[in-house]
Design a protein around this ligand. Structure first.
Ligand code: 2OP
Length: 305
């Protein structure tokens, strides 16, 4: 069973994505009475239309997550227009602490996929609060940023999104790092297709687009849900897929003691390996600004080591 904690817009859309990928039965958990049960029914009806036989259950009882292989945490206060991800920090930290203790109690062998913002800080908090090994705790942020980067690159280049390989790493926030240096079109390095100046705008578009969606419709929903589905699929199917996710660094990139977006190999055990990229100085500077920002944020959380 895959448990999704938080039956709000992102949680229920993530549940739908998992159902459509036929990955496993889904349990939706939320403290609001009726909401997860109602979403589960609605999702079950959708699954029926698609001819998909997975079971979708809604519950307000954390004990029901017993035996879950993966717990996806979307619960928390969402980012509102004009808010930064960090504004959410203290409110969501309390929620994540409570959920972490339930996970330790009822699903101690699970892998934990964090979605709640501020993403990298909440991933770190969940890691510390559960005491799980770092390979079992990761966050969905950079994979979403990367999907957005490919979206904007595809528009500029006039080629299919599926032909673009592009990566965003670093903080899921102000210091996110879209890597033009590691972008290719079906293996052809970007500079051989277009002058880098021609696509520089995509970096700013990628950084700013979540705020734009939030301004327009009050929150991001389908794109985060798709990022969750990709990651859950890689784990459930033991695909050894390489995705940028928020992972705990213990010396990689010369960094220790934060969770931040880096490419990693994902399989049944969770994070099987962190991939270290060669970054140019300019990129490394942005990456390190993210590290420093996150260290500062995490220091406000008073996490006991
Ligand atoms: C997003 O990037 C708001 O962090 C959320 O969609």
């Amino acid at each position: 069973v895959i448990t999704v904690v938080g039956a709000g817009r992102v949680g229920s859309a993530a549940a739908l994505d998992i159902v459509l990928r036929r990955l496993d039965d889904v349990l939706l958990l939320d403290i609001v009475e009726g909401l997860p049960q109602g979403e589960a029914l609605d999702l079950g009806h959708a699954a029926s239309s698609y001819g998909i036989d997975v079971e979708i259950t809604g519950s307000n009882d954390y004990r029901d997550m017993a035996g879950s292989d993966i717990v996806v945490v979307t619960a928390g206060v969402p980012r509102r227009p004009g808010m930064t991800r960090l504004d959410l920090l203290q409110r969501n930290a309390e929620i994540v602490r409570q959920i972490s203790s339930r996970i330790v109690e009822y699903a101690p062998k699970s892998k934990l996929l964090m979605v709640t913002n501020p993403l990298d800080a909440m991933t770190y908090l969940a890691l510390k609060a559960t005491g799980f090994p770092p390979k079992r705790v990761f966050g969905m942020g950079s994979i979403l940023d990367s999907a957005r980067f490919r979206y904007f690159l595809s528009k500029r280049l006039g080629v299919s999104r599926s032909s673009i390989q592009a990566l965003v790493i670093g903080e899921h926030g102000e210091n996110m790092l879209p890597l033009l240096s590691h972008t290719s079109v079906s293996g052809v390095p970007l500079p051989e297709i277009v002058s880098t100046d021609g696509v520089k705008g995509t970096v700013e578009e990628t950084r700013g687009t979540a705020a734009e969606v939030i301004r327009l419709k009050g929150g991001t929903v389908y794109a985060p849900a798709a990022g969750v589905g990709e990651i859950v699929e890689a784990v459930v199917k033991d695909r050894k897929a390489v995705f940028p996710i928020s992972a705990y660094l213990d010396g990689e990139y010369g960094v220790r003691g934060v969770c931040i977006g880096v490419p990693a190999v994902l399989g049944r055990e969770g994070i099987e390996r962190i991939v270290e990229l060669q970054l140019v100085d300019e990129e490394m500077a942005v990456f390190m600004r993210g590290v420093e920002a996150l260290k500062k944020v995490v220091s406000k959380l008073e996490i006991s080591q």
